[in-house]
Each structure stands twice: as C-alpha cells, then as structure tokens.
Design a protein around this ligand. Structure first.
Ligand code: T6T
Length: 323
C-alpha cells in the first residue's frame, strides 16, 4: 500500500465520467471512437485535478466518455502499471503526462501499438515520433519568468538556489534550463545550488535547510513545482526566514495561493491546466475523427503576485481542488 503526499492510499485512481450524450458508465459502453482516457502524472494533486476538470467539461460537450487514471506517486513503475492496464482496454485515445521523458517510452508504445491515439498533456517524451499532439506550457519560458521575478525580488544580486523533483521530467527540466539561462544574464546573481529531492516535500525541506546552513546569506529560491515549493516554504518557516529569503514557485494550488497572500511566497508562475485538459480532449477527438491535429500547443503562463492575485483576469490561472 502506498500513500502519496496528498494522502491518497491506492496504487491507482480510476474514475469515469460520461459525456453529455451518454447515460451510462461509458468506460465500458463507449465506442472506441469516443472513448478517452486521461493518465495523470500523479493522483489527487491540484494541477492534475484542474487538468481533469477541463477535460471532463470538454468531453461532456463533445459527447465522449472520459476515464481518468493515475499513479498514487510520481513513479515510473507505478505509471507503467497504469499504462499497461489502460493499453489492454484499448481506448480510442489516451491523454497522458509521462512521469519520465525517456523511461516511459516503452510503456507508451504499448498504447499506440494497441491502436490508441496518444496525446501528451503537460509532460512529454523525448522521442519526437511519439504523440499525435503535445499540449503544455512553454516551460523554458516559465523558468525564465521565474528568474526575472526572483531577480526583481532580490534587487538583482545575491545567492540563489533551484529545486526540481528529479532529472528526466520534461517540464521541470525545461524550467530549470530556462531559469539558469536567465540567471546567467544577471551578473550580480550567483546560482549556488541545484537540488533534486524527488517527489518528496520533506526531502526538499531538508535540502533547503542544508543550503541555509551552508549559505546563511541565501537571497532567493526557485522551486520549479508544487512539491518542491511546499518543501521550500516549510524550510523557510522552520528557519524563520520567511520574507527575508525570497521564494518563487511554479504552480498555483489553493495552498500556494494562501502562502502567497501570507507572504511566504513572493511570486507564482502559474499555468493553465484546465486549458491543457480541454485542448487534450479536442486534439484527441480530432485524431479519432480524422480531422487535422495540431502537433504542438502552448498554453499560457502568468506571474502571480500579491498585487494581482485577486484580479478577476487571474482567476482562471488558480488551480482547483475539485471540479
Ligand atoms: O508543475 C506541475 C506539472 O506541470 C509538472 O509537470 C509536475 O508537477 C506539477 O504537477 C505540480 O506538482
């Protein structure tokens, strides 16, 4: 039995919604042509919940059935198990966020080998031949925006650190690259540490604690996703460095927004997960119906601060805990 960081006790989450035109559980009755599955990177996490909400609404609009599955943890073996069982059920199309850009290539080939169209949502594979469509934020740009926001917060000088869960995740790898490229353009800023705690907020806290001991004058931190952000914020609270060490994070979960308003976080680089889910369903349906499919779609990013968080235009960038 495994428990993820949101307390989900299960190996995989499986849930099915029925499109507006259907009346029954179409995970078993939907025709191949309108039967879609979303495989998230991890279960019960606000970014992927929001993506599911967007996909669910669009599937209902288009009369398609949508089933959602996810590993309880961000883990190649667990996601492989999910992919293998989904491949056996031969849905018309699968929207998937691979947890590793190379290690998930084999399992994902099973999906296309079994006749399902494959659409990447959020993360993707390195192999350019895979995936009828890829829908994600411009994550490198997101890393650059994070660096600019952090530079502004620290007066363009001082030591900074960056955290990402593990190497090999398409999204966070790009965010770290963008961040480092932009920081290199700021001569007063020095990147002193790049850390990979895994999908583990507690480990991220330990690593930031260690960095604060080594570099008590650390000026800023970029946490490139929700879990590394959660760990970094906890460390700053423990060390009583909230506000004196500036924190910029990717994503905008309800908890992150609360921490932004409280001053623990100075800026969030937020994505459009609802839109990624909506586009995922549209492209999947296009692929199934023989219509033109857009190979790559970039959804928007926005820097959210205390100053704009309550602006109605920002609302769509804040993630949901339930649909
Ligand atoms: O940042 C998102 C997602 O874009 C990334 O690929 C993995 O982490 C999140 O799900 C947030 O936890």
């Amino acid at each position: 039995m495994t428990v993820n960081r949101y307390g989900v006790v299960a190996v995989a989450l499986a849930l099915t919604v029925t499109g507006a035109c259907g009346g029954s559980d179409s995970s078993s009755s939907g025709t191949g042509a309108k039967k879609l599955t979303l495989i998230q990177g991890i279960a019960n996490e606000p970014f992927y919940i929001s993506m599911y909400c967007g996909a669910k609404a669009e599937a209902a609009k288009l009369g398609a059935s949508l089933s959602v599955q996810a590993p309880a943890q961000w883990d190649v073996a667990q996601q492989t198990q999910v992919v293998t069982s989904v491949a056996a059920s031969r849905p018309g199309a699968v929207m998937i966020a691979p947890v590793d850009k190379d290690a998930m290539a084999g399992p994902i080939r099973q999906l296309s080998g079994n006749g399902s169209k494959v659409i990447f949502v959020d993360t993707e594979l390195t192999d350019p031949s895979m995936g009828a469509s890829r829908i994600s934020s411009d994550n490198k740009l997101g890393g650059q925006l994070a660096a600019q926001a952090l530079a502004g917060q620290i007066g363009d000088k001082g030591k900074v650190m960056v955290l990402a869960p593990t190497r090999g995740i398409a999204t966070t790898d790009d965010r770290v690259t963008g961040f480092k490229e932009e920081i290199a353009k700021h001569p007063g800023i020095r990147l002193v540490s790049e850390q990979y705690p895994g999908d583990d907020a507690g480990k991220a806290t330990e690593l930031v604690n260690g960095e604060l001991s080594k570099n008590p004058d650390l000026a800023g931190i970029f946490a490139s996703n929700l879990v590394t952000g959660e760990g970094s914020g906890a460390s700053l609270k423990q060390a009583k460095k909230v506000g004196s060490v500036k924190l910029v994070e990717f994503d905008a979960s309800p908890k992150q927004v609360e921490d932004l308003k409280a001053g623990t976080i100075q800026a969030l680089i937020s994505q459009e997960p609802l839109e990624i889910g909506r586009e995922g369903v549209d492209q999947a349906m296009n692929a199934l119906e023989g219509k033109p499919v857009t190979k790559q779609i970039r959804t928007r990013l926005v820097a959210v601060t205390k100053n704009n968080v309550d602006d109605p235009a920002i609302a769509k960038y804040l993630y949901k805990q339930t649909c």
